[in-house]
Write a protein that binds this ligand. Structure first.
Ligand code: SF4
Length: 513
């Protein structure tokens, strides 16, 4: 019998290793042989450790299975009996059945570093096809698919790729941004831990498409397991001839390295990341030149986020039209949304663009964990806007969100109930900017501090109307005058909080705790 127990960081934090050891012990005590496989997480984080019995799609799920539950769950598996922690066939669980998992199709399904398992689940099909294509045709396919940057900016990936392809240079690079510093987001980590071979395949395709021969994946230091998985995946692909010199005799060469970040939020900004990879302090570079023309070590560089790159093998394998069919308007494909904060069922939901915020929070998420009324959600990370209850039927797509002065960002949705104090959240937004600013430009470096001080005056009830007007002015300056999105987007959470929840800023009427 094969028993799947995730070794994803979220599952490990919930005691997955102890559960695995308890299964071994229970099997020995019963004199039965079990084969414990360690997979990625299915993304149902409230059920971790989620234990599954069986193979491929015929698996039965149990969760959350603590070490103390292992013996009784094993007995239920062996006897084919029901168990209070049982959820039936995994693929039929509503949370998974209602998703459109393209990027996360293999996460939680395969043994992450088993190349044969990867291939048995459509792995390498994109790279095999890319090796038979002209670089320009690969770039054209990515452009035609409508794939946009999943890191937050939403820039068309195909345009970046074509720009790098068109540069004449001795050396070109692919840099994958896996810094994932936004609070409430974990999709990059889950993917790197649960399907790391996909990232190697994707970056290799990017190299072939643009003429880049070296790739760096920049992973934040807080993700030690993702770093280990990616290093191991690189070794597996090199060992099988899918990475390195003359890949599978194709004449294409591509090498990959993992770079460990050093814990600064600003290193998730692409030019700071390049500085950091080069061994320098992570500060923002002035553009132009854009990295596609002069990036890493002054050479043309493709910079994409984990989720952007991870979409590419499928696009090459199934074609641009297949991918483009998902989504709405100019937002094509799927987005892995991450539900976090005060939510009953937190985790990862991959759906085509166009799903409403309500479907995510109430449908998949089941509302607040506290059971108290929903008040707001911050969407797109700490620089994203807050939304109010009457915005819940907004579709999650780049344009619809932008028309409401909000953004999809990296797909993070952090939920708050009615106990949240939005003036405090506005103060926190400035404080976050103050802490994480690289200090290069004045609107952000000084603006964040003055903004925090001004909200603190409002919190004390001092000249509220005048101070709100000051914050309005300051936000306009930060938005228009900052060198990068750190200072440029900090106004988004601040102004959305003031606009949608003005009652919290009227400190003459204290906010209920
Ligand atoms: Fe640095 Fe902030 Fe200016 Fe960005 S906006 S360059 S983080 S000081």
């Amino acid at each position: 019998i094969r028993i799947w127990i995730p070794a994803d960081t979220a599952a490990l934090a919930a005691g997955a290793d102890e559960t695995a050891a308890a299964f071994e012990e229970a099997a020995q005590a019963r004199g039965v042989e079990i084969d414990i496989a360690r997979n990625g997480s299915r993304g149902m984080l409230w059920l971790e450790p989620l234990v599954e019995a069986g193979m491929n799609h015929d698996r039965i799920a149990f969760g959350p299975v603590r070490a103390a539950d292992a013996a009784s769950v094993l007995d239920a598996i062996l006897d084919g009996k029901e168990h209070p922690l049982g959820h039936g066939r995994t693929v039929e669980m509503p949370w998974l059945a209602h998703q459109e998992r393209l990027t996360f199709a293999r996460v939680g399904v395969i043994d992450p570093l088993d190349l044969a398992d990867y291939e048995a689940h459509a792995g390498l099909t994109g790279l095999r096809k890319a090796l038979t294509m002209e670089p320009a045709a690969i770039c054209a396919e990515v452009l035609e698919s409508g794939l946009r940057g999943r890191g937050g900016a939403g820039f068309p990936a195909g345009i970046k790729w074509k720009t790098v392809l068109d540069q004449k240079a001795e050396r070109k690079y692919v840099a994958c941004n896996a810094d994932e510093g936004d609070s409430g987001t974990f999709a990059d980590r889950m993917l790197m831990e649960g399907d790391p071979l996909l990232m190697v395949e994707a970056m290799t395709i990017a190299g072939i498409a643009t003429g880049a021969t070296e790739g760096y994946i920049y992973i934040r230091s807080e993700y030690p397991r993702a770093i280990a998985q990616m290093k191991a995946a690189i070794a597996v692909m090199e060992g099988a001839g899918w990475l390195g010199e003359n890949i599978q005799g194709s004449g294409h060469s591509f090498r990959m390295k993992v770079r460990r970040g050093a814990g600064a939020y600003i290193c998730g900004e692409e030019s700071s990341m390049l500085q950091s990879i080069e061994g320098k302090r992570g500060t923002v570079r002035v553009k132009p030149p854009i990295p596609a023309i002069s990036g890493l070590f002054g050479q043309p560089t493709v910079i994409n986020n984990v989720l952007t790159l991870a979409s590419v093998p499928l696009i090459i394998d199934r074609g641009a039209a297949f991918y483009k069919n998902y989504g709405v308007g100019r937002s094509h494909g799927t987005q892995p949304f991450q539900l976090a904060g005060n939510i009953k069922r937190g985790g990862l939901v991959e759906k085509a663009f166009g799903i409403t915020i309500r479907e995510l929070i109430e449908g998949f998420g089941g509302g607040t964990a506290s059971g108290r009324p929903f008040r707001t959600a911050q969407i797109g990370g700490p620089l994203g806007a807050y939304v109010s209850e009457d915005m819940l039927d907004l579709p999650m797509d780049y344009e619809a969100m932008a028309t409401h002065q909000a953004m999809v960002g990296h797909g993070g949705v952090v939920v708050f109930d009615d106990t949240v104090d939005m003036a405090e959240m506005a103060r926190f937004a400035f404080e976050f900017c103050e802490e994480e600013s690289c200090g290069k430009c004045t609107p952000c470096r000084i603006g964040a501090i003055r903004g925090k001080e001004t909200v603190e005056k409002i919190l004390r009830g001092e000249n509220v109307a005048k101070n709100i007007a000051l914050i309005d002015d300051l936000c306009e300056l930060m938005r228009d005058g900052s060198l990068c999105a750190m200072g440029g987007l900090t106004p988004m959470p601040v102004l959305s909080a003031i606009r949608l929840f003005p009652e919290d800023f009227d400190r003459a009427t204290p906010v209920a705790a």
